[in-house]
Write a protein that binds this ligand. Structure first.
Ligand code: ZN
Ligand code: ZN
Length: 324
């Protein structure tokens, strides 16, 4: 069941590894939840891709940067410049390594300031903790294993209120002022003194949806517990089995290792990315990962993955059918 009014949608802006090759852009993605978009990493050219793929920078109020390798943040200053030219006045939060503020501020010092509040929010890449929340979602850091201190990000919708069954309002003559309490789980005491249990008055709300971004990282045995059961997992797959040694040496993963993380965490769907420029084509990545975890897709620039809104009282639709 798809509900376009409340999208939960990942758009891949760039899936290249450190050296861009074959026309792919470096790491950047936009996660659209409801009417907001969250930018995750901002490799060079991210704003070009946003324009091409219809992601308006005006909808972005939070940016999450995983680590200070250039392929994950060199697009930031360009994006900030364009936001300034567009006359942005709303504040922008940038979550990332502490030194990112210094890097950006030294550029702005010489170029000129942006006309909107830039709020740097340093994150501790070694900790799994809540770093941001609003009415709809929570965002947690995911400690990764990499040559530069790196954190992935876990996005999780907050539980929704229960759904009122409209026919029960009429049947029990329920006053409107008590409906918020019933949606929050309260029973209802009718005028004749009888108690009507909440389960008879409401339906289960749709389940909260979740997405985890894990790049860049070596094979990380701690990750499955942190991303257990997420609907969608993006995990880097810089190499294939043939270069497993190189993966370990450089703080990266193979496609098989990404699939092992997905399998152990029992995620809904795995998306691969951050491919090394050494590979002439990416089919071996998919084949290798699917041997371990069949519900895997190759991430490609411009690909969109939607997580449908399911009700606990309907059978979840097949992720394969909804993801594309
Ligand atoms: Zn990278
Ligand atoms: Zn890196």
């Amino acid at each position: 069941m798809k509900n376009e009014a409340q999208p939960f949608q990942l758009t891949l802006l760039g899936v290249s590894g450190a050296l861009p090759a074959r026309g792919l852009f470096p790491s950047a993605q936009a996660l659209t939840i409801g009417n907001r978009a969250y930018l995750i990493d901002c490799g060079e050219g991210a704003q070009i891709q946003m324009q091409a793929l219809g992601i308006s920078p005006l909808r972005i109020h939070q940016i999450f940067i995983s680590h200070l390798h250039g392929d994950h943040f060199y697009g930031l200053i360009g994006l900030l410049g364009s936001m300034a030219l567009a006359g942005r006045d709303k504040p922008l939060d940038i979550f990332g390594p502490r030194a990112l503020e210094e890097i950006i501020q030294v550029q702005l010092k010489h170029v000129g300031p942006v006309p909107f509040p830039l709020r740097f929010q340093p994150v501790d890449p070694g900790k799994h903790q809540l770093i941001y929340e609003n009415k709809a979602i929570e965002v947690y850091t995911l400690p990764l294993i990499h040559r530069s201190p790196a954190a992935g990000f876990l996005f999780r919708e907050k539980p929704r209120l229960r759904k009122m069954r409209p026919e029960m309002i009429a049947a029990h003559d329920i006053p409107y002022q008590v409906i918020p309490a019933i949606k929050a789980g309260a029973d209802y005491q009718a005028a004749d003194g009888s108690l009507i249990p909440n389960a008879a008055l409401t339906l289960d709300p749709p389940l909260p949806r979740s997405y985890a971004y894990c790049s860049d990282t070596a094979f990380n045995e701690n990750l499955p517990a942190l991303v257990k059961g997420v609907d969608l997992l993006y995990h880097e797959a810089t190499f294939c089995d043939d270069r497993e040694d190189l993966a370990a040496m450089t703080g990266h993963s193979t496609a098989r290792q990404a699939a092992l993380i997905a399998q152990r965490a029992g995620v809904g769907h795995l998306v691969l990315g951050h491919y090394s420029s050494r590979y002439p084509d990416f089919s071996p990545f998919l084949a290798e990962a699917r041997e371990v975890f069949p519900r895997t897709s190759l991430g490609m620039d411009g690909a969109v993955f939607r997580v449908p809104l399911n009700s606990a009282q309907t059978d979840p639709s097949s992720p394969e059918g909804e993801l594309h």
